[in-house]
Write a protein that binds this ligand. Sequence first.
Ligand code: FAD
Ligand code: MLT
Ligand code: ZN
Length: 508
Amino acid sequence: MLTILRQNIWRVAKRDFSRAWAHTSSVHSVNEQDVEHFTKILSSPSSVISTLSPSFSSSSDLENFNADWMGKYKGHATTVLKPRTTEEVSKILKYCWERQIHVVPQGGNTGLVGGSVPIQDELVISLSNLSKVRSFDPVSGILVADAGCVLESLSEHIAPHGFIMPLDLGAKGSCQIGGNVATNAGGLRLLRYGSLHGTVLGLEVVLPDGTVLDQLSTMRKDNTGYDLKQLFIGSEGTIGIITGVSILTPPAPKSTNNVVLALPSFSNVIPVFKATRQHLSEVLSAFEYFDRTAYDLALKHGHAAPFPAEEVEGAECYVLLETSGGKKEHDDEKINTLLETLLSDEDSLILTGTLSQSPSQFASLWAIREGLTEAVSKEGKAYKYDISVPVSSFAEVVGTVRARCEEKGLISRGLVKHVIGYGHVGDGNLHLNVIASEYNDEVAQTLEPFVYEVVASHRGSISAEHGIGVMKTHALKYSKDAISRQWMRKIKDIFDSKGIMNPGKVLE
Ligand code: FAD
Ligand code: MLT
Ligand code: ZN
């Protein structure tokens, strides 16, 4: 690389669970007759995993479906169904609707707000067997795929045709396109390709009563009244199960480049971002931020350092920027001019930077940023706050929350190990992570509602991209006023008057 020198799960989970479940009524647990029925309507015996089934072998089969990615939320589902077709999903929901069985749709189970796991013993409907690409048009770039296709496998499918998926996230090897749509996932390319509200062209959805809503349009333009599909983007499995997705994929850039810059002070982030936008204009495709502690954790948990330690001694934070363009010489010239400007600036906007020189270096610079979620989870138990606040206050928000933890003695007593910030500067999205030694009521009560009040004081959002799930139902009020919440409830009731879909998620 080229170096540019200038010089206890359960206690906290229980609190969330009881709060969420308190709102639901007439719970019908799955029983042996139900399992018998499911076995009849599903084409393959392996599509039913149930402790109530005579063929059930190992409870470890169920564990993965009952626990979330962070190990923070844990359900007690006895039964998981893995339908293979939209028709099978429809038959399952029709039956559950009649029997009033509560269901949880589950994709790759990489969600970070506890939305994809049961609260009690709801039926889990895993979409992982719905994994066929239905069509791809190599002229328009329009891809139609089953909801259970893994994001990375879709990237691999379209790469030979010269296209990329419009979204990219660290969980790409496990998360599914249906889960991405259900959470309205943002990720690392949003700055360039926009949100799923723009790139999703159509959806096929099985409604709670089993009706199939076919909105699987492949048209770029369709202005025929209410755009129903938008309601399902970000609905987190509360109003229907997405079974098919039509999405516009952009052409793969001919040339890509990335740079990690070490900044002496957080206050330099905005001037660097401003200069970057001015110099790189249309080729800028990502501008990501991580503070010094986040960077140190990435290195501690196995990522290669892009700089010798002595070069970044005084760094307060780092940014990773990426260019994606059509002509290498043109993009290189732009990035070099930017770097020269940042280096020649009298006020030392950057300490140093590393520009990737090969595809593997490009990947290893990205790995530092993409690997932060995993590094955090290796370090301890994370309280993850995914917020929109003005970029100028990213460091201040992290500092305020750290000060609160210090004031309550959580740091001196080792209950909180680190308070870190990273995120998507281009989208005004900060990932505030409080890394604790265990999930614990005292830590949770120190952080909430404190963090949400801080967000509200900035008129920000309590969820920029991960959604509400079970984690933030009680905090929705900080970002949505009473009238908005009432309309959300009305929409939920229109689709799911019996309340069978993902109870206790999104709305209290
Ligand atoms: P799941 O976790 O299985 O489900 C998430 C929610 O969607 C649940 O409420 C579930 O009920 C519902 N759901 C799932 N599938 C369907 C369906 N077919 N129909 C209806 N509802 C459904 N998120 C970001 O936004 N940006 C990031 O950069 C990002 N990076 C991540 C990095 C890592 C390492 C990890 C672990 C997570 C990251 N996430 C990120 C969060 C998560 O990956 C995304 O939210 C992802 O989109 C979830 O997809 P999934 O298939 O795993 O869904
Ligand atoms: C990210 O940007 O890395 C993801 O949203 C996941 C996280 O917040 O850790
Ligand atoms: Zn993110």
